[in-house]
Design a protein around this ligand. Sequence first.
Ligand SMILES: C[S@@+](CC[C@H](N)C(=O)[O-])C[C@H]1O[C@@H](n2cnc3c(N)ncnc32)[C@H](O)[C@@H]1O
Length: 203
Amino acid sequence: MSSHLSAWNSDYCSRGRLWAGRVHGLPDLPAPSAVLELGCGNGKTLGCMPAGWQVTALDMSLEALHLCRRSVPKAELILADARALPFQDESFDAVFAFHVTGHLPGPGRRALAREAARVLASGGRLFFREFGLEDMRAGQGEEVEPGTFRRGSGIITHYFAKAEVEELFLGMKPLFVGTQRWKLRIKGDDLVRCEVDAVFLKI
Ligand SMILES: C[S@@+](CC[C@H](N)C(=O)[O-])C[C@H]1O[C@@H](n2cnc3c(N)ncnc32)[C@H](O)[C@@H]1O
């Protein structure tokens, strides 16, 4: 785990704000919903959340939280591990896990899923987003586990199939699991970005 953490910290230290742009597809939640974001990074998703939500965001990288604090000054930020959440059961109406689950090895992904379900109130929803198997980067780097690749920075990324996402959150009811694909033109080549989006209901 320490190499995982140091890979993230050194990436933030050397490259600064890693994630920018608008985040699409945030749901309509009633204000004031209690919302938790896992692995908030430098605040790309957090910065797009409506002011009426009561958001707590966490990351295990202190460097990420420093950057996040600059871009989202009023957010409640916590240094914590998404695999062992420092919250009581049923504390939140919604949990967001956007591009964090896939940066953990299999046991970590399952621990995150269990913890997300635990801290959600009954009737609460989990919003999930990760790269899918057809993504342009899938297969690049060293395969450290099936479907999980480590690239030059030391950061690992797992690329998901839809069925695997349903299986990961088996204790919750899937409301939506879908794959989005779009083209990116990079240096004259048409490449495909592919994400799996899902919403699960805690019953
Ligand atoms: C791709 S960035 C996420 C960005 C953010 N969710 C967004 O949508 O812009 C992934 C983040 O997950 C964090 N992370 C990785 N493993 C984690 C863990 N076990 N607990 C908490 N944060 C973690 C990393 O430090 C990094 O900041």
